[in-house]
Write a protein that binds this ligand. Structure first.
Ligand SMILES: [Zn+2]
Ligand SMILES: [Zn+2]
Length: 431
């Protein structure tokens, strides 16, 4: 069963199928008998409650050989190819298996060997995970479910920080982007905001808040004025959309710090950790090499480049596989400021490899992961010791900065935590 648990699919119900209809190829030939059987399981689109009925958990389809014999059906051959990576032998049967986990229902297409093996005469099972996720668009409902689950279940860990070493007071004066009013607003104490962690572009004169345009940007609709809107980087535009969908305001350094205010800016640069530590959640825009890449799949005009393998079982039944982890270097991971932004943030939505992941102190989940992990990935609720501090310094020193004078500020939060954690504190990086 453990192999099954690592793979999984979620059936999202009517909406996903309705939307997938429009994606189907009108030229497509009549589905083969195997694909028809699979599509029939989802038709008429049943309610989740009926699918999870114990007698309906398994659906036998056909033997692997019968799938292989459908030489004119690319979907069947695709299934065989996926399953054969893990098994050999035509005696195996292809079976659809529903697994319920927390708020989700997953679909596994598994190959089950009918010959009992081992001392307990168990059947061996391997699986390919599928999901009814959309190829082009991220399901914001799922993102909201993660946040809601964390809100309700991880109290005191993920959103009210009780750990003395990692606590940062919220900055007294915080400008935010009011995504409904489409302008800068003065943040109130109770305002919840989403913070954006991203890589700036290379523009010499980027659109940002300066003293001369500050008042204009505080007027309702300021970001919708054509002259401003066309200069608003896509990643920021999309983050405004996402913050709006989550019902929160947005904090972005470029606009929420007055860039040429010599009193306000240095104060804010020293408070960056507080901004991220006190955010409702942080959007980590890891994909792309600058702020024009956007949060693809969120906004209405930028579909993502789908990382999923696509299976077309019929005009109204299309599933996609889970994604294997990718080894890739992102510019985001080479920049200095993003280092502490990511470490300090308690809850993160990570836009990476065309998909989105959730990480909080108690849970890690991907868009199509069967079993969200309960194990925290970063031990950042722990007190820093000299070894963990040294390791962070080593990692940070590989990062790049546009302005070398920011070196201490961009690492300031880690130094503050270390000095609180260690007896005697830290003086200019010295223990
Ligand atoms: Zn087929
Ligand atoms: Zn949480």
């Amino acid at each position: 069963m453990s192999e099954l648990e690592t793979t999984g699919t979620r059936l999202r119900g009517l909406k996903a199928f309705a939307r997938s209809v429009s994606l189907s190829n009108p030229e497509r030939k009549r589905p083969c008998p195997n694909c028809t059987k699979i599509a029939r399981i989802f038709k008429p689109q049943p309610r989740i409650a009926r699918i999870v009925h114990p007698h309906k958990i398994h659906h036998w389809i056909a033997s692997l050989a019968e799938f292989r014999n459908q030489t004119n059906c690319p979907t069947c051959l695709n299934v065989v190819q996926c399953l054969q990576k893990q098994v050999s032998g035509d005696s195996r049967y292809v079976n659809i298996w529903f697994v319920r986990y927390r708020w989700k229902l997953y679909v596994n297409i598994v190959s089950l060997d009918l010959t009992p093996v081992g001392p307990h005469k168990e059947h061996s099972v391997v699986g390919v995970a599928f999901d009814c996720l959309d190829r082009d668009w991220i399901d914001v409902k799922r993102v909201k479910e993660w946040a809601k689950f964390c809100d309700e279940s991880h109290s005191g860990v993920c959103h009210s920080i009780t750990d003395p070493w990692w606590t940062f007071q919220r900055p007294e004066q915080l400008y935010l982007i009011g995504v409904t009013r489409r302008c800068l607003v003065r943040g109130q104490e109770m305002d919840q905001y989403v913070a954006l962690s991203y890589v700036w572009g290379d523009l010499l004169a980027p659109f940002q808040t300066d003293m001369y345009n500050f008042n204009a940007l505080c007027q309702d609709g300021a970001f919708d004025i054509p002259a401003n809107k066309c200069r608003l980087p896509k990643t920021i535009q999309d983050s405004m959309v996402l913050a709006g969908l989550l019902g929160k305001k947005l904090w972005v350094d470029r606009f929420c710090i007055v860039q040429d205010d010599l009193k306000h800016k240095p104060k804010m640069l020293k408070s960056m950790a507080s901004v991220y530590a006190n955010a409702y959640l942080t959007i980590v825009a890891r994909d792309g090499s600058d702020d024009e890449f956007g949060l693809r799949g969120i906004a209405t005009n930028t579909p993502r480049k789908s990382p999923f393998r696509f299976f077309d079982f019929g005009p109204d039944c299309q599933l996609i596989t889970t994604v294997d982890p990718v080894n890739q270097t992102y510019k985001y991971d080479t920049r200095a400021w993003t280092f502490q932004e990511e470490i300090i943030s308690r809850r993160k939505l990570d836009f990476v490899h065309g998909t989105v992941n959730w990480t909080c102190e108690k849970m890690f989940s991907t868009e199509n992961m069967a079993t969200p992990s309960d194990v925290p990935l970063r031990p950042n609720t722990h007190r820093l010791n000299i070894l963990s501090y040294a390791s962070l310094v080593k990692d940070y020193s590989k990062r790049q900065l546009s302005y070398p004078e920011d070196t201490l500020d961009a690492f300031g939060a880690i130094t503050t935590i270390a000095s609180k954690s260690m007896k005697g504190g830290i003086f200019y990086g010295l223990l």
